[in-house]
Design a protein. Structure first.
Length: 86
């Protein structure tokens, strides 16, 4: 039982590191695609927060990375699955 607890703790530590790196990557990609999406937008859209938000919602890449960011949020659980493979 002790061995299993230690293994689970190690899995959780590695899992947390992976999730943090993934969250940072998703955040940077979202920032990048928002910047790219706003480059060609007219000033009247950029100056109006509601219109800007609506325009960004319709942008395919912004939508993709926004959904990815939502998936990365929240508490994560790590499960140790028994396997005959080492």
């Amino acid at each position: 039982e002790y061995r299993r607890v230690v293994m689970l703790r190690n899995v959780a530590i590695v899992g947390e590191k992976i999730v943090k790196v993934a969250q940072a990557y998703v955040k940077s990609k979202l920032k990048e695609v928002v910047t790219e999406a706003t480059v060609d937008m007219p000033p009247e859209i950029l100056e109006n927060e509601r219109r800007l938000y609506e325009a960004l919602e319709e942008h395919e890449d912004v939508d993709l990375w926004t959904r990815a960011r939502r998936h990365m949020e929240g508490p994560w659980r790590y499960v140790l699955i028994p396997s005959p493979m080492p």
